[in-house]
Unconditional design. Sequence first.
Length: 91
Amino acid sequence: MTWSEVEYLDSLQAERRDYAWVMHHHGGLTPAEAREAALERYPYEPDDAPCRGLVFHDEAWHWAMLVIHGDRYVVERPELVDPSPGYRALR
């Protein structure tokens, strides 16, 4: 996908916000820890980076659940496959 810088930055900011929300509300991190985790999970990628923005192919909920509950969360915690209403309200 070809991103304008504005589109990329908007998506990056939204995914960081969403990831931090999940890590705080479901992962037990403090707000500051959750923001730091989001920055680590979603680093800025320059516009010439190969596959820039590929991390956006799954939403922040999924990436956070993998960290919190492991890669089998969809089997072991099927109630978490779909994002919570609180998460959905972020959008």
